[in-house]
Design a protein. Structure first.
Length: 100
């Protein structure tokens, strides 16, 4: 698993409480041909919906779960998902982590 580089200036990120101690290496454009999957986040459904066209343009296959899949609507544990792609809400401090 890799992460994308942060684009916010470091001083702004620290003041805003960004999680900057990530251990995952930073992805590069050269890594893209080797990826099996990508997960994005930003504005929930709006972000996912706006990415789909770009993913399809580059020949990627978008695999999602329909709203009828009850596993993404559980309240007894942190899960996530939408008919537009994988997502979850981790909380501002990252304390809510999905179980799967």
């Amino acid at each position: 698993m890799k992460r994308v580089p942060q684009t916010v200036p470091e001083d702004v990120a620290r003041k805003s409480g960004y999680k900057l101690d990530q251990t995952a290496p930073i992805a590069t454009v050269e890594d893209l041909p080797n990826y099996n999957a990508m997960a994005e986040h930003g504005g929930q459904e709006t972000t996912m919906f706006s990415l789909i066209t770009n993913l399809l343009h580059f020949g990627m296959v978008v695999v999602v779960l329909p709203n009828s899949f009850q596993g993404q609507s559980r309240l007894d544990e942190v899960t996530g998902g939408a008919p537009y792609g994988a997502k979850t809400i981790a909380g501002g401090d990252g304390s809510r982590q999905p179980s799967c």
